[in-house]
Write a protein that binds this ligand. Structure first.
Ligand SMILES: [Zn+2]
Length: 324
């Protein structure tokens, strides 16, 4: 006998590199592009530090990094790459106009979470321009993030760009980034372990899961298995819904995600605007519950397109006003 979920069970959103690319198709404020695994070497101009023998892997950062990481004689080169990657992402800046990440953040409330594999700071930079929206999702960083600083005295995470811990005023240490190697060991870093524990806990209680632009690459076998184990333990297994937002063809998506899905309770869509979150901002699980469990579908209430942030805030106000 399965437990009927509450209408306000969490909505969990999982982001991969494809989501940042979709949110910033023209790059950041200064036109710096968001890389994928196949474009990272080029975009970060790593060719200047990489010996020629690695050229067969220039289009596959995952493989390249794995090889260099495993070669004990190349640890200096590895550190150089780590620094270049960290600095490239650290310098990215969000454009002033609303981005897909602003819509995503405002489409969720504080019962929901976003867990991202991305190192870029843009989601957190977007989050900080909605300080008066009283209910926003929590954000977790599954592979670390350049915008997150850690104070080891206070065991506190904070905003890296503020430089110092707001409690003890010591300088923040950067959150460790997990690079694409097969054995990442999500338990070795306490901050990252905690981010994973939160994700697992939320996946087990979620009524809705949206995976956006995350392709579960080969170096993420362990990550994928952790998510599958969590969803198999979902309390509402016979009710939950999964949306996969990805531009790949359906067959490929199905074979990649089949262990994560339950019967026909999923949708493959190619952009965020087609998702339930876009059609029912801040009410996705309630609208879904009424439509599929009570047979009482809502009218869609899709986001209009906004040209500035304060218009977004005005539009969501009738929704936030009635939230408890
Ligand atoms: Zn501190």
């Amino acid at each position: 006998m399965s437990v009927i979920p509450p209408r306000n069970a969490p909505h969990v959103v999982i982001l991969g590199a494809g989501a940042s690319l979709a949110a910033f198709p023209n790059g950041d404020k200064n036109g710096r592009k968001l890389p994928l695994m196949n474009s990272l070497v080029d975009m970060l101009e790593l060719k200047s530090i990489l010996p020629k023998k690695y050229s067969p892997y220039f289009n596959d950062f995952e493989k390249l990094y794995g090889i260099i990481n495993a070669d004990l004689k190349q640890q200096k080169l590895k550190e150089q790459i780590d620094r270049a990657v960290y600095n490239y992402f650290y310098d990215l800046q969000v454009p002033e106009t609303p981005t897909l990440y602003d819509y995503l953040l405002l489409s969720l409330t504080n019962k929901d979470i976003i867990a991202t594999f991305n190192w870029d700071p843009l989601l957190l930079q977007c989050m900080r321009r909605h300080p008066d929206v009283k209910s926003l999702p929590r954000v977790h960083f599954l592979h670390g993030n350049v915008a997150v600083g850690i104070c080891y005295n206070c065991t506190l995470l904070g905003y890296m760009y503020n430089h110092r811990c707001h409690r003890c005023n010591d300088p923040f240490q950067p959150m460790r980034l997990l690079y694409p190697v097969e054995k990442k060991d999500y338990n070795s870093d306490p901050a990252i372990k905690n981010e994973w524990n939160e994700l697992k806990k939320y996946i087990q209680q979620a009524l809705y899961v949206t995976v956006f632009g995350y392709s579960a690459p080969a170096s993420d076998v362990e990550a994928k298995q952790l998510m599958i184990d969590a969803i198999l333990n979902n309390r509402y297994r016979e009710f939950y819904e999964v949306d996969i937002i990805d531009i790949k063809v359906e067959d490929e998506l199905y074979s990649n995600w089949k262990k994560f899905l339950y019967k026909q309770h999923y949708g493959f869509i190619s952009n965020f605007q087609e998702s339930y979150l876009w059609q029912h901002p801040r009410r996705s699980t309630e609208a879904f519950f009424d439509a599929y469990l009570m047979n009482s579908p809502w009218e869609d209430n899709p986001f209009p397109s906004f040209s500035n942030i304060s218009d977004m805030h005005k539009w969501i106000e009738p929704l936030t006003n009635v939230e408890t």
